[in-house]
Design a protein around this ligand. Structure first.
Ligand code: C2E
Ligand code: MG
Ligand code: MG
Length: 700
């Protein structure tokens, strides 16, 4: 007895097999990404049900497509078994294919299992026909059908794995192709299996009481489609939400990183450092040991940053961070607090010596220079050290004390380290108070100018004055510039203060002129930070012109150290000043390392010999005199006038005169005095110009 096929239903069975395969492939790549969790098992179970029903339904549709001259029915229990086999098999296969690594052995085992499973389901489904007499199978075709099932299973697993590892490009197209191949393989097995069937002529189906009606078949087909499509949609939806969840958690990770790490150097930031110190406090309390905080601030970084540019500054900070990483031990923490401030947290210290060794090794390393901005630069830190528990037992106090010690290191000559001492706290508090005072100073009129006279070496006439800034604070008293100018430098307030000094100097000069006093040249000090202002010269010019003071009456003093820091830029700036009619003096000469070549190119009007050398005239005898004499000769060769600062004794004055020093400035001849006192001096000069040198000190 031979059966016939309804080709529409055959085609439909192929569509269902392909759809089931597609669902399986989609799910396998989905489940693969899930960790070993309840979610994974849920997806495995759901996926297995959808895939099992799909495969089984393909078989059922294939059977519906087949008709014999006799009516056929299906035994419900056996049909149920075939469905159970399909689902269990699908579970196992999905489980195998979604393991982290699909080895060849696993592929073969899985493929064989899948083959036997499909065949098992198929032949159990056939048994549900309950044919009387029993069905005859052609042995060769029977074996081929099983081989096809195993081959189909292996190919299916292989495809699933390949697609799982594939990148995302055109993955859907590839998956559809693979699903189609699998669909053909499954159908191939089914129809080969059917071809192996031989129904004896007088066969009857013993299951006509069971499932037989066409409408029931149609219901199953619809249901299958519904299940497969819903499963696919769910899988897609879940993929989207987990993708979303994935990017949210990635974003979250980035936010946490931003909040805890410094983006420039990739070091922990202030926030994470404070957490680390907090933890170190607990750990040290528990283990009864000590730890140290090394607070570092780069010396002169602001000037480098302003003169070489911010990107060069960034490079230096990165190079410094790298250098630090080479100095510390494995478990130590390095953090950047911001700007040029770094902190190293050293835990489990045997003694404070360990901290000083670390500080020395950092200084040694930095002395060798840092490679940044295509050049080797020497950037040294000043280091302050605070120890737990002796120097404080909270994060804030420890950091504050390490900072205070760092300030002391700066005051003690920089590029060095200091341990915290209780007296430093007072210094740190004072710094804070001065910062506050500076904040209010311009508005509250705390500033004033003093003027110190300069006299000619040859005839003793008044040659000019230097304007020197003073800060009178109601609570802090009179502050000398050496105390507040470095703080104003650090905070940047010096820019506005500097403009005030020029404006006030010019206002004063105008007042003297209006009072009929002789015109005089006044020198104004410029600080490093001011020199980095791009429109400095233009702004100065505006201020001076507004007060109707001729530019020729103003001289700006730039300290040698600052002038040499970025000599080419200084040259440009000096020339700009000179082009506007201002004079330039190189202040505190001898304290920096001048390059003669640059000194020549500066073409400054004056060279001011630092007080240290004037002192040396008395203290170092012949040697001291030789140095000053050499400086004066050098300056004269370069066509500069020489001013000796800090002349305090008659013997210094006499020696300087003998060396042809052009001008003298010092307490011996005149201390810095108020504008009124200086006005009185000018008055006397106007009436008795030659008597001025006889005055011992105009200020006293
Ligand atoms: P400087 O420019 O070298 O000024 C000379 C300093 O030496 C003044 O100190 C002056 O009082 C002091 N001095 C003068 N003659 C003698 C002497 O015979 N013996 C001794 N021991 N000292 C003498 P001062 O006024 O305390 O100023 C200190 C520094 O502060 C100045 O050094 C200058 O660099 C800076 N400075 C002062 N005013 C300003 C300002 O308006 N702007 C800026 N940027 N810096 C200023
Ligand atoms: Mg000066
Ligand atoms: Mg000076």
């Amino acid at each position: 007895m031979h059966g016939t096929y309804n080709l529409w239903l055959v085609a439909l069975s192929l569509v269902v097999a392909t759809l089931a395969s597609y669902t399986a492939l989609d799910l396998s790549s989905r489940i693969f990404l899930l960790p070993q969790s309840r979610l994974r098992h849920a997806w495995l179970a759901g996926g297995a049900a959808a895939m099992g029903i799909g495969i089984w339904s393909m078989h059922f549709i294939g059977m519906l497509a087949f008709s014999l001259p006799i009516s056929l029915g299906y035994d419900i229990a056996t049909t149920g078994w075939s469905l159970a086999i399909a689902i269990l098999l699908s579970y196992r296969v999905l489980d195998i294919v979604t393991q982290a690594k699909l080895t060849l052995a696993r592929l073969i085992t899985g493929g064989t299992l899948m083959g036997f499973g499909i065949a098992g389901m198929h032949y159990t489904g056939m048994a549900a026909l309950r044919m009387e007499p029993g069905i005859h199978y052609d042995p060769a075709l029977f074996v081929i059908s099983i081989v096809i099932a195993i081959a189909a299973g292996s190919v299916a697993l292989w495809l699933a794995q390949t697609l799982r590892d594939d990148d995302q490009s055109r993955v859907i197209a590839k998956r559809i192709g693979a699903a189609f191949v699998m669909g053909i393989a499954i159908c191939g097995m089914h129809y080969t299996g059917m071809a192996a069937v031989h129904f004896p002529a007088d066969s009857v189906s013993g299951a006509t009481e069971g499932i037989g009606s066409q409408w029931f078949g149609a219901t199953i087909i619809l249901l299958t489609f519904a299940i497969l499509i819903v499963t696919l949609l769910l899988s897609r939806f879940d993929a989207r939400t987990s993708l979303l969840a994935g990017s949210v958690s990635q974003l979250n990770g980035q936010i946490v990183r931003l909040a805890t790490f410094d983006t420039l150097t990739d070091l922990p930031n202030r926030w994470s450092l404070m957490e680390q110190i907090e933890r170190a406090i607990h750990a040290s309390r528990h283990h009864r040991n000590m730890f140290a905080i090394l607070f570092m601030d780069l010396d002169g970084f602001k000037i480098i940053n302003d003169s070489l540019g911010h990107s060069a500054g960034d490079e230096i900070l990165k190079a410094f961070a790298q250098g630090l990483l080479h100095c510390v031990r494995g478990g130590d923490t390095i953090a950047r607090l911001g700007g040029d401030e770094f902190v190293v947290l050293l835990e489990n210290l045997g003694s404070p010596d360990d901290a000083s060794k670390m500080a020395e090794s950092v200084l040694d390393r930095m002395r060798q220079g840092l490679w940044a901005d295509n050049q080797s630069l020497q950037v040294m830190p000043s280091i302050g050290i605070a120890l737990f528990p002796q120097d404080g037992d909270t994060v804030e106090v420890l950091l504050k004390h390490a900072d205070a010690a760092m300030y002391e290191a700066k005051r003690g000559g920089r590029s060095t380290y200091r341990f915290y001492e209780a007296s430093m706290n007072a210094a740190a508090t004072r710094t804070l108070q001065i910062q506050q005072a500076l904040h209010e100073a311009l508005g509250a009129d705390y500033f004033s100018l003093h003027f110190q006279p300069k006299f000619r070496g040859d005839n003793g006439e008044l040659a000019g004055a230097e304007a020197l800034l003073r800060l009178h604070h109601p609570a802090l008293g009179l502050l000398p510039p050496m105390e507040f100018i470095p703080i104003a430098e650090r905070s940047g307030q010096i820019i506005q203060i500097g403009y005030w000094v020029v404006r006030e100097t010019c206002r004063q000069m105008r007042r003297w002129r209006e009072n009929g006093l002789p015109a005089i040249k006044v020198a104004i000090n410029l600080s490093p930070r001011q020199l980095t202002q791009p429109n400095l010269v233009a702004t100065m010019l505006d201020i001076v012109r507004a007060q109707q003071v001729p530019c020729e009456q103003i001289m700006f003093e730039i300290t040698e150290t600052v002038a040499m820091q970025d000599a080419p830029k200084t040259i440009k700036m000096i020339h700009e000043f000179q082009a506007s009619g201002f004079d330039i003096a190189i202040d505190d000469f001898g304290t920096g390392y001048s390059s003669l070549a640059y000194l020549q190119r500066f073409r400054a009007k004056q060279l001011k010999i630092d007080r240290f050398f004037t002192n040396g005239l008395d203290e170092y005898g012949h040697e001291g005199s030789a140095i000053v004499s050499a400086i004066i000769k050098l300056a004269h060769t370069l066509e500069m006038d020489v001013v000796a600062e800090g002349v305090e004794t008659d013997s210094q004055l006499a020696k300087l005169k003998g060396m042809m020093c052009d001008e003298m400035q010092g307490f011996l001849l005149g201390k810095p005095v108020t504008s009124e006192a200086f006005g009185a001096l000018l008055q006397r000069t106007a009436s008795h110009p030659k008597r001025i040198p006889k005055l011992r000190s105009v200020g006293s």
